[in-house]
Design a protein. Structure first.
Length: 236
């Protein structure tokens, strides 16, 4: 792990964007958080978190890139014969300075880590909130689409019902009209039949009257002839 850079730990390039770094951190954190009980895995997870906190902070990333560039520069050693420089008092003073600087740096680094972690959490929360907002908008659009579809189906069903009711009313009207027409035709037929019957009866009565008149005339003629011949009418 010591031979790797922070970029190697997150498996990203030197010019990777903050979005790529965040995505790599989330992917690797999810991968190694499943086996956090393993010491090696836990150490690797801590290294991933440390790399993310450093590279996600623009200031700390710039300092790290500068230190990384210096580390990769060729080192020129010059050997000179000098007198011993480090004495016990100087070493004690140096040790005190290192301890004081180390304490200040530890506090500064701790504060920066907390700030970077808070910033990362805010970025992740913002991304999740944006995703939730987009999901809510998509759900609202889907609900509106379903509502419009349901309203269209309701209107179509209402149109079909009206057309069905109109067809039933039209059929009933046609049936009533047919019944009325049949009744009128039947009555006209009955009237024609009665008229024809009356005409027939009238003709029969006229024929009977004509027959009676002819018989009366024939009888009168017979009586006249009998009176002429016999002096009196035998048939009358």
């Amino acid at each position: 792990m010591a031979s790797k850079t922070l970029y190697d730990i997150l498996e990203v390039s030197l010019n990777a964007s903050i979005e790529s770094i965040r995505a790599a951190y989330e992917r690797l954190s999810a991968k190694f958080s499943e086996c956090s009980a393993n010491p090696d895995t836990k150490m690797q997870a801590n290294a991933i978190t440390e790399a993310f906190l450093t590279l996600s902070n623009p200031t700390k990333r710039a300092q790290y890139d500068k230190a990384l560039a210096i580390r990769w520069q060729p080192v020129i050693y010059s050997v000179e014969a000098v007198e011993p420089f480090w004495t016990l008092p100087k070493f004690i003073v140096l040790l005190a300075v290192i301890v004081a600087f180390g304490g200040a740096y530890y506090k500064y680094d701790k504060d920066n880590k907390a700030e970077a972690r808070l910033q990362a959490e805010r970025v992740i929360a913002t991304a999740k909130a944006k995703e939730a907002e987009e999901t809510a908008k998509a759900e609202v659009a889907q609900d509106q689409f379903e509502l419009a579809k349901q309203q269209e189906q309701t209107l179509q069903q209402e149109r079909q019902r009206r057309e069905r009711d109109a067809a039933i009313r039209r059929f009933d009207f046609e049936q009533r009209a047919n019944r009325i027409e049949n009744v009128v035709s039947l009555r006209i037929k009955e009237q024609d039949e009665r008229r024809a019957q009356q005409q027939q009866q009238h003709e029969d009565a006229q024929s009977a009257a004509a027959v009676r008149l002819r018989l009366a005339q024939e009888k009168a003629e017979l009586c006249r002839k009998e009176r002429e011949r016999y002096g009196h009418a035998i048939s009358c």
